[in-house]
Ligand binder design. Structure first.
Ligand code: AMP
Length: 371
């Protein structure tokens, strides 16, 4: 299969059009960042209620299996990117034959499958939780014998926000856990008694330049990100190591665009250590603080990278906190609007279902040293 163009041939001009696969809040914020740089966006999403549709002139509402709709979409845009990692391989192939797709399709193959992703990270010599492939109840028993308990069983594909995961503890009925996970393709990971969770948002350009945002510390509630703080309260040497890991991953993937690497910080006798949990080949919720807390946002960095434009050198404005408004919490938006220094983002979604990310709030505490 011949790709339409390689990344190093993409050089957009103001007025050119970016195609975004996926119409959620990430696509919406990407399109807004593109507009500020004089670039247009078209959004492709099967969901008629896509929040990204509201901010672009042209939207394609069709299934990812609709070849004709994909072709029409590709013909209308200059470069294609995505806001979620589960883009079907066949759709990516059809699009890549017509227009450059950035980040490249191989990135999707690696990051859509937890086992392929862990193998990839391990090959780079970067630490992960111990893991084993699980395809049957018998192999789950074998994996537990190898890895020990507690452990986390995860579906290899289509898991997000803790969906498709189960913690297994001593005394659990392993066969029942296997039956409940409802897949034949899973991995078992050692449960990491982490001290904190951090992430690095990195941007890489087609010529291999990498820019990382300051390391972010993340707090989850019910497996969903609730709060991010930048910078993470970790020693400088550890922050440097986290950035080095993200850069090594971006480079090894020949990545163009923004990616997020989620990591665990583990404290043991020899001091703090970092293990990689997951790679998100896209802009990420833990980078939303950059919209108001830094001179350049993750969304703008992504647009610059895929446009073939120079990356920015982001300057953080101070200590930044990002709070997600999840489900009914969004109903408090008027209260947030009156909080001094708070910036409110609402995604324009319909009903606030439990667990649904409806908006977020950023608060920046200026660093006295920077005044
Ligand atoms: P994931 O979908 O892999 O990002 O997992 C969602 C959340 O579950 C993570 O942010 C962690 O809080 C928790 N988690 C996932 N894997 C592990 C693990 N191996 N050990 C401990 N906690 C985990």
């Amino acid at each position: 299969m011949i790709e339409a163009a390689t990344a190093d041939r993409v050089k957009l001009k103001p007025g050119d059009t970016i195609g975004i696969l996926g119409g959620g809040q990430l696509g919406r914020m990407l399109a807004l960042a593109a507009a500020r740089l004089g670039l247009r966006c078209q959004v492709f999403s099967p969901d008629p209620d896509s929040p990204a549709f509201d901010v672009v002139l042209n939207a394609a509402c069709a299934e990812y299996a609709d070849v004709e709709a994909l072709e029409l979409f590709a013909n209308d845009v200059d470069v294609i990117t995505y806001e979620f990692e589960n883009v079907p391989a066949a759709a990516a192939m059809i699009l890549a034959a017509r227009r450059p797709v950035l980040p490249n399709r191989k990135v999707l193959e690696t990051t859509q499958d937890r086992l392929a992703e862990k193998d990839f990270v391990k090959r780079l010599g970067i630490g992960t939780a111990a893991y084993a492939d699980v395809t049957s109840a018998a192999s789950l028993h074998a994996a537990i014998a190898k890895i020990g308990l507690p452990a986390v069983l995860k579906t290899r594909r289509f898991g997000y926000d803790g969906k498709g995961q189960a913690i297994i503890r001593e005394g659990d009925n392993f066969d029942r856990v296997w039956a409940d996970i409802g897949t034949k393709s899973a991995i078992l990971e050692a449960f990491i008694p982490f001290e904190r969770e951090i992430s690095v948002i990195a941007a890489r350009s087609a010529n291999g330049e990498v820019e990382c945002f300051d390391v972010t510390e993340n707090e989850h509630r019910d497996h969903i990100l609730k709060m991010s703080r930048a910078p993470a309260a970790i020693p400088d040497a550890l922050a440097l190591e986290a950035r080095r890991i993200a850069e090594a991953i971006a480079t090894a993937l020949d990545y163009v665009g923004v990616l997020a690497v989620e990591m665990f910080v583990l404290e043991d006798e020899s001091g703090p250590r970092i293990l990689v949990n997951e790679i998100a080949p896209r802009v990420h919720n833990s980078g939303h603080w950059t919209l108001d807390g830094a001179s350049i946002s993750q969304f703008e960095q992504h647009i610059r990278a895929i446009a073939g434009w120079p990356l920015g050198k982001p300057v953080r404005y101070g200590a930044v906190t990002m709070t997600n408004l999840i489900g009914d919490e969004v109903l408090d938006y008027e209260k947030w609007l009156t909080v001094p220094g708070a910036t409110v983002h609402l995604y324009g979604k319909g009903a606030p279902r439990p667990g649904r990310k409806m908006g977020h709030v950023t608060q920046v505490e200026a660093d006295p040293a920077q005044k």
